[in-house]
Design a protein. Sequence first.
Length: 307
Amino acid sequence: MAAGLSGAPMTGFAAVKNPLLAARCRTLPPRPLPFSPFTRTPRRRGLETVTCFVPQVGQAPAPEPATVPVPVPMPSPSLEEEAALAASRRVAERKARKQSERRTYLVAAVMSSLGVTSMAVASVYYRFAWQMEGGEVPMTEMLGTFALSVGAAVGMEFWAQWAHKALWHSSLWHMHESHHRPRDGPFELNDVFAIINAVPAIALLAYGFFHRGFVPGLCFGAGLGITLFGMAYMFVHDGLVHRRFPVGPIANVPYFRRVAAAHKIHHMDKFEGVPYGLFLGPKELEDVGGLDELEQELARINLTRSI
């Protein structure tokens, strides 16, 4: 009761003393207690937010954004790899060039062989047919022709041995040197010697073909022997030894393999160029004590061909 009495004069005093405060003061309704069961808070419509979750069945998931591939920088090859690639390209180019050269020389060898062989066979046939036209067989002339054919073929080996040492490795070395160096192309300057040896053979064959008698028969035989030696030399020396074209079953003949091994030693220059001959090359090596080197080279050639 005392508290109520003392509060009234205080309020009146404030209103009298300060008229502005008195004008602003108003009577407030009593404030309800929080969580009181007798109070009800009015609800405001239109200001509430309701969140609903509606499941969607059967709808495909949203597509993922397309990923752009990021280019991966390729590592630059090292110097060793570049050198290896360049070496492999050079080997492939050299192999293709060698194959082209072998084909070119093979065509030339086949055409020349067929041409020379056909002419030799035809000339031999017609010459002996003309010799027997009168009914008498000139045995002396025919035997002389065959004997000189064999003699000329054998003699050409000794001629080639002497010319190889005394001429080709001496005054004609500027031409023969191309045969002892790597060949650039299907032909070499040394091939001129084959044409030089073909000139007397053709001349002897022509004289013996168009004339009759014992001497023309001998000339015909000599030209035929030179021709046979030249063809054998081409197949063994150019084909088997230096592999300028394939020779087929000739490479399987044991003595021809020894000849090829002996000529390889000539290019090694182990015995001052011996052997200078071709078909008698193994005998020349035997005379200078080179049989051991011949057997070693023969074993190496056989091993190379078997791989």
